[in-house]
Design a protein around this ligand. Structure first.
Ligand code: ATP
Ligand code: MG
Length: 485
């Protein structure tokens, strides 16, 4: 076997062939296998009819109206959810697709007799490859050569194919952005010709392909292609408002270029954060005042938040994604300077944005910086900000950490309110710093009773020194963690 087909998949193919049918893996799974990337899902194709497939796999079920059968196998996909009971291999009967009156879905499903006919209905040559269980490749459209040359080419006449199903234009750009492939000229020309047909495709399907462009390694060229071919204007025209909008002396790039670059360099793996990076300056065209080196963009983050929210809603992103991205756009301008910003100011930012969002906000800032052409992703300033966040969100050692407190001492142990309580607690904290296992109510009560009759001023002075030195040590550790002085 030339390429490794997982045993779960091989066993499905074998069950079909042993029953006298033809069976191949097909489409994206073959493409990814040949590129030595783990396929996201495994699709099989066969001349067996859906009823025959179901009979061979008693645990299987109809997946949709297109005659696809889902066959359950033991979990084997690398990206699956932990603890799931099975993975699904989609087995689809050979078919051709005839007419698409609504340009969304084929009107009827016609089964085909041969693999070659089935491959002819597939969108791109690199997706029209099949492989049998022995690793033999079937390649009627020269997909292998396109795969080798990094070329995305429609199967057959590109114009016709995009007319049948306009989503294929989005898939072309998405696949090229994910794999860093060129879109072949005739295919690219056909996208330009047919771009307006994308309006017939449901927003959900556009959203899913667009999300994958945004998450892809080559998002900048992906979105440039979407725009240049005339697709983007139909679902995210607001982003294009930044084209040719010059900024001021702080920036070398136009608003459009900067948004795209920021998204590409934003290190986050979350969709909402990548979307926020892409849209963080989307309010700049509307807020721009003045020209040239001294142009200003006051309040662009608030205008940007409104535009982001509206656009992402239209794109049918879930509320959680819309809210999170909008929050990050609104707050991306937080000011930070090592010498000027106080702990209280950092606390205010955390309160406004939420501690759980600080990492995401930082990722936006990193993208923002790198996307301006600055070299350092995380300068001293950002590291210092991270240190401050850590510091103000983690209380330093203090007597509140003790299992014993003044209330208990007065209520249950007969202590009188007064300075003695504070002195004892300080002494106890000094002990707990040395040995954290002493921090139980029982032990501390016992120790407090012993200390009750002692002269405390010397003990307290010593304890205070110990607490201060522990606080300093913790702070040094935290500074070390963030590489700040
Ligand atoms: P990935 O799994 O990485 O998203 P993929 O190409 O495998 O990419 P799927 O949606 O899994 O995408 O589709 C599997 C196969 O079905 C494709 O490789 C292609 O052969 C075919 N296909 C999918 N969508 C279309 C379409 N709109 N038009 C024609 N063929 C399609
Ligand atoms: Mg796939």
């Amino acid at each position: 076997m030339k390429y490794l087909i997982p045993k779960e998949v091989a066993s499905v193919l074998k069950t079909l062939t042993q029953a006298g049918h033809e069976a191949y893996i097909v489409g994206g799974s073959v493409r990814d296998l040949l590129r030595e990337k783990p396929p996201k899902d495994w699709d099989a194709t066969t001349n067996a009819k859906p009823e025959e497939i179901i009979t061979l796999f008693p645990d299987s079920f109809y997946e949709n109206d297109f005659g696809t059968v889902g066959v359950k196998v033991d979990p084997f996909l690398p990206h699956g959810k932990e603890g799931r009971e099975h993975d699904i291999i989609e087995v689809t009967t050979y078919r051709t697709e005839s007419s698409y009156t609504d340009r969304r879905r084929p009107d009827t499903i016609t089964f085909a007799n041969t693999l070659t006919e089935d491959l002819a209905r597939r969108d791109f040559t690199i997706n029209a490859l099949a492989m049998d269980v022995y690793g033999e490749i079937i390649d009627p459209y020269n997909g292998l050569s396109d795969l080798k040359n990094g070329m995305l080419r429609a199967v057959g006449d590109a114009n016709e194919r995009f007319n049948e199903d306009a989503l294929r234009m989005m898939r072309a750009v998405r696949l090229s952005a994910e794999m860093n492939f060129m879109i072949e000229k005739a295919t690219h020309d056909a996208i330009i010709t047919n771009a307006a047909l994308i309006q017939h495709v449901s927003m959900e399907r556009i959203r899913d392909e667009f999300s994958r462009v945004v998450m892809s390694e080559h998002v900048r060229s992906g979105i440039e292609t979407l725009s240049g071919a005339g697709l983007l204007q139909h679902f995210l025209p607001e982003l294009e408002d930044g084209i040719d909008v010059e900024q001021n002396h702080h920036h070398t790039f136009t608003v459009w270029e900067h948004n795209l670059r920021s998204c590409e360099t934003c290190p986050s793996t979350k969709l909402s954060v990548k979307l926020a990076a892409l849209m963080h300056d989307i309010g700049k065209p509307e807020s721009k005042r003045g020209t040239g080196r001294n142009a200003t963009f006051y309040n662009h983050e608030y205008i940007g938040e409104r535009i982001t929210r509206k656009a992402l809603k239209r794109l049918t992103f879930p509320k959680k994604v819309v809210d999170h991205a909008s929050l990050l756009v609104r707050n991306h301008m937080f000011y930070y300077s090592v010498d000027e910003v106080t702990e209280a100011a950092v606390r205010r930012v955390i309160k406004k944005v939420g501690l759980e969002n600080m990492k995401d906000l930082m990722d936006i800032r990193i993208g923002d910086r790198l996307g301006s052409g600055t070299k350092k992703a995380k300068p001293y300033k950002l590291r210092h900000f991270e240190y401050m966040i850590d510091k103000v969100s983690n209380d330093p050692v203090n007597v509140k950490m003790l299992k014993l407190n003044g209330d208990i001492m007065i209520r249950d142990m007969g202590f009188k309110p007064g300075p003695q309580i504070g002195a004892i607690l300080d002494a106890l904290l000094a002990d707990v710093i040395e040995d954290p296992s002493l921090n139980t109510l029982e032990i501390l009560q016992e120790k407090a009773r012993v200390l009750q009759d002692q002269e405390l001023s010397a003990i307290r002075t010593q304890a205070k020194e110990k607490i201060a030195s522990k606080q300093k040590e913790d702070d040094q550790k935290m500074r070390g963690k963030h590489w700040v002085k």
